[in-house]
Design a protein around this ligand. Structure first.
Ligand code: PGA
Length: 260
């Protein structure tokens, strides 16, 4: 029985005042979270402030990236322990924007995944194909390579602590979401790989989120797929009302579809 998880990825948006207002709006709209979990990932500069706002709420705090070491001479970097100290337990890793813009490799992302696990956090490993790769029939090859490399060296006992996010690059920020069937097909494939890497039981418990132009209007259909265990939301998480609507739709459909 997987509880749906909806994560808001605020990316590089928001002054402190805007972040406070957004977090407050979301917190006040979600005093109860039956059959769904929600996490907000603001920019680093707003983590402490948003953490205070969410302190007595059921909403979790997360971050968008971290370094793979606990401390060191790495100018401009933030370590997993610094994030955990602020209460940010859920950490996005391998987002396609970082792979593309910052040149993050599978090998580096794997070190980050293992570091977050070692410090007690929850890594959210993001995978996804480009439009070209999909056109060439390479979707499964791409996500399989990213998943295997991202989880290399992770013990089977730690796999249940990982969240996976399938984010087709062609769907991110474009307004064109994968269809529920397209997403579910890849989710099922990823779950099959986890089953091979760990066990069938473990794979049944791992949450696989979908990301890429999730909106209140499509959340219901996407989350209605038994293979889709939640959403990683970018643009629509910057508006309290639309994020709240996505969380509510996920609770209802996700819960019902999984017999919660
Ligand atoms: P989007 O972004 O919802 O704006 O498409 C999703 C993401 O990049 O995580």
């Amino acid at each position: 029985m997987r509880t749906p998880l909806v994560i808001g990825n605020w990316k590089m948006y928001g002054t402190l005042a805007e972040a406070r207002a957004l977090a407050t709006g979301i917190r006040d709209g979600l005093t109860q979270l039956p059959h769904v979990e929600a996490v907000l990932c603001p920019p680093f500069t707003a983590l402490a402030a948003v953490g205070e706002i969410l302190a007595k709420s059921p909403i979790g705090l997360g971050a968008q990236n971290c370094h793979d070491e606990a401390a060191g001479p790495h100018t401009g970097e933030i370590s997993p322990t610094m994030l955990l100290e602020l209460g940010a337990r859920t950490i996005l890793l391998g987002h396609s924007e970082r792979r593309r813009e910052m040149g993050e490799t599978d090998e580096l992302i794997n070190r980050k995944v293992r570091a977050v696990l070692a410090h007690g956090g929850t890594p959210v490993l993001c995978v996804g194909e480009t439009e070209d790769e999909r056109r060439q029939g390479l979707t499964f090859t791409t996500v399989e390579g990213q998943l295997r490399a991202g989880l290399a060296g992770v013990g089977a006992e730690d796999v249940p602590r990982i969240v996976l996010a399938y984010e087709p690059i062609w769907a991110i920020g474009t307004g064109v979401n994968a269809t529920p069937a397209q997403a579910a097909e890849v989710h099922g494939y990823l779950r099959g790989l986890v089953s091979e890497l760990a066990s069938k039981e473990v794979a049944q418990g791992v949450r696989v989120l979908y990301g890429g132009s999730v909106k209140p209007e499509n959340a219901h259909a996407l989350l209605g797929q038994p293979e889709i265990d939640g959403a990683l939301v970018g643009g629509a998480s910057l508006n309290a009302q639309s994020f709240l609507a996505i969380v509510r739709n996920s609770a209802r459909t996700g819960g019902a579809a999984k017999g919660d």
